[in-house]
Design a protein around this ligand. Structure first.
Ligand code: NAD
Ligand code: GLY
Length: 351
């Protein structure tokens, strides 16, 4: 068992991340010894795989399942959940358990932040992506007006229960998706990078072992900058291009878009900032090893316009966090025209 504690700068409360086998059973035992009214929010896929286990380990707790998928990460789902919470008569001291992937975590976290102006949320991430990234750090959101995560809030979970057992039922595509954020962390952490380039990255046991390390990397950043005023922006490495791709290319998962985003932005780095080109070759090799698609088949330059409403932008330019040297990154800003030109140049190189 591994526990990571996140204390919030200037605040008494903390988030506790518990990584252990049988995480759900452990959560059930913890809830039984408290008087808290709980409510489980999940999705239809997780419910069909883990419904019986949820009933057994979290008995008598109401369960509400959203339709699975990013296309349901919207206001309609959010308000259906809030209605179900009201019908279950949750009160200020109740806790919402978001049990699922990043979509459930983001919508559930947002509902918890809104209901009665904020109730506790426990995250139980069931995808690799949610375990290494989205369940930790308190970002919650829904997609709105065609923009990813446009409406959201920072709402730190009181606890996160991370169980390696959940990874066993994940389709290969979802493993690849989680690897997108793992490669992003590796671009920020030399040790993880060296480990990834020398190991079989699709090995479930290896992935289970490196989940806590990934949480530590993210927690070290979020502890210092929970609300993304500065340092936390490094966690957006590759994400400007990734989000633009994700909005236009529904065949790709979030993690696959992140891998493509890192690949494109590492090439932008080569022409805009000092960098180690042989390291960037290795990083690009890692992205290609994880991605199974033909990367030249996506018309990424035509997606550039989608970056204009990206939350990372503050002025007229498009902001990017690009990899530079092993474990290092740089923030750059390009005009939309320059960014589009760069994406077109890179696509030409990749074809
Ligand atoms: P997801 O939640 O859609 O899950 C992917 C698929 O896996 C779904 O079909 C789901 O039903 C299924 N699934 C979940 N657990 C499973 C299991 N154990 N076995 C089999 N199938 C399972 O997607 P995701 O990749 O987990 O998360 C992506 C979302 O996370 C995006 O909306 C992204 O914006 C968000 N995100 C948020 C943050 C953050 O900091 N809040 C960070 C990164 C990504
Ligand atoms: N996934 C980026 C962040 O949590 O800041």
């Amino acid at each position: 068992m591994k526990t990571v504690r996140l204390h919030w700068k200037g605040k008494a409360e903390e988030s506790v991340v518990i990584c252990r086998k049988n995480a759900l059973k452990f959560l059930g035992q913890t809830l039984q010894s408290s008087n808290t009214r709980a409510f489980v929010f999940t999705d239809t896929n997780v419910l069909s795989l883990y419904g019986k286990k949820i009933k057994r380990t979290l008995p008598d707790i109401p369960v509400f399942a959203m339709e699975a998928g990013e296309e349901h990460k919207n206001g309609e789902t959010l308000f259906s959940l809030l209605s179900a919470m009201a019908k279950a008569e949750l009160h200020r001291n109740s806790v919402l358990i978001a049990l699922g992937g990043g979509v459930v975590g983001d919508v559930g976290g947002l509902a918890a932040s809104l209901y009665m102006r904020g109730i506790d949320c426990i995250q139980v991430p069931t995808t690799l992506l949610a375990q290494v990234d989205s369940s930790v750090g308190g970002k919650t959101a829904i997609d709105f007006c065609g923009v990813k995560n446009l409406v959201g809030a920072f709402h730190q979970p009181v606890r996160v229960y991370v169980g390696p057992d959940f990874l066993k039922t994940l389709p290969m595509r979802e493993i690849r998706c989680g690897l997108g954020e793992i490669v992003k962390h590796a671009a920020l952490d030399k040790e993880l990078f060296d480990e990834l380039v020398s190991r079989e990255v699709f090995d479930l046991e290896f992935l289970g072992e490196i989940v806590p390390k990934n949480i530590e990397i993210k927690a070290a950043v979020v502890r210092k900058d929970p609300q993304e005023k500065g340092l936390r922006r490094c966690l957006n490495l590759g994400h400007t291009t990734a989000h633009a791709i994700e909005l236009n290319e529904s065949t790709l998962s979030h993690g696959e878009c992140v891998l493509l985003g890192i690949l494109y932005e590492s090439r932008i780095a080569r022409t805009h900032v000092p960098c180690d080109k042989s390291y960037l070759d290795e990083l690009e090799g890692l992205c290609r090893r994880v991605l199974s698609c033909d990367i030249s088949s996506f018309d990424v330059p035509s997606f550039a316009q989608s970056s204009v409403l990206d939350k990372k932008n503050t002025g007229k330019g498009i902001k990017l966090v690009v990899p530079t040297f092993k474990g290092e990154y740089a923030e750059i800003e390009l005009s939309l025209e320059e960014y589009t030109r760069e994406l077109a140049r890179i696509r030409g190189e990749l074809c």
